[in-house]
Design a protein around this ligand. Structure first.
Ligand code: UDP
Length: 234
């Protein structure tokens, strides 16, 4: 096992599956299965989930919704996803705790760093909902900062593409994939891995990021076991 403690970032959009909006129950079950495979290995797992399948702060521009208000709405959207994921994991007999960046005591614990670490040590999967609780941030920045705080070995960014490419592979058929790339090079080439706030946090704290295809069954486990999957940024 290559990684002992990980932070898994899942985008909200990935949860839509084939749908245009909301949560695809099959995708949710599939993700829970993938996570179970690594939980059984004894990996300590923290998860940050996005909210893009429900609401994004930037969407609110030109709709009469104030940007900051929209960002809080986005944070609430991540809580909806986090609660769904929590249930899906518990259905498959994993113990979980949902910690929120916004106070919501009926459904989540507040984020307390030492407590999050303790949960993981006890084998509980910790899900971080409501982002950082601040507008103008993203769930990618949440993933980076929380990963640093809980001393995760790596941020695993699960997406629907299998890594970082020279250009967008969905638009350019000649794009080629990097197996490893440095932070410096990602920055210089302007490659899109995470927003810069999130990216810089990882760079400055020597926290490696792996971008990989979360939708391919078995990928997450192979990655944990040390196989070269996706793109490693370090
Ligand atoms: N958000 C925020 N602060 C945070 C995390 C999230 O304001 O710390 C808001 C922001 O508006 C963002 C939305 O929540 O657009 C949903 O998160 P994100 O877009 O990162 O989700 P993803 O793209 O991963 O689905």
């Amino acid at each position: 096992m290559k990684y002992k403690r990980i932070l898994l970032k899942l985008s909200g959009e990935a949860l839509m599956g084939e749908q245009q909006y909301g949560i695809d129950p099959n995708r949710l079950i599939q993700y829970a299965e993938e996570i179970k495979k690594i939980h059984e290995l004894g990996v300590e797992i923290a998860i940050v989930i996005g909210g893009g399948n429900i609401f994004r702060g930037v969407q609110s521009e030109n709709t009469g919704i104030d940007r900051v208000q929209g960002d809080y709405m986005g944070m609430l959207a991540t809580v909806i996803n986090a609660m769904a994921l929590q249930s899906a994991l518990e259905n498959q007999k994993m113990f979980t705790r949902l910690m929120s960046g916004l106070k919501m005591e009926q459904v989540c614990e507040p984020f307390i760093r030492r407590r999050a670490i303790r949960h993981m040590e006890k084998g509980r999967i910790v899900i971080f909902g409501a982002g950082l609780g601040n507008p103008y941030f993203t769930t990618d920045s949440t993933a980076s900062l929380r990963a640093i705080e809980i001393e995760a070995d790596v941020v695993l960014k699960g997406t629907r593409v299998d890594g970082v490419y020279t250009s967008d592979p969905e638009k350019n058929p000649d794009a080629t994939k990097y197996n490893t790339i440095s932070f410096q090079e990602v920055y210089q080439k302007g490659l899109n891995v995470m927003d810069l706030t999130a990216f810089t946090l990882c760079q400055e704290n020597n926290l490696p990021i792996i971008v990989f295809d979360m939708n391919k069954p078995g990928n997450l486990k192979r990655l944990i076991m040390g196989e070269e999957i996706g793109t490693l940024i370090n």
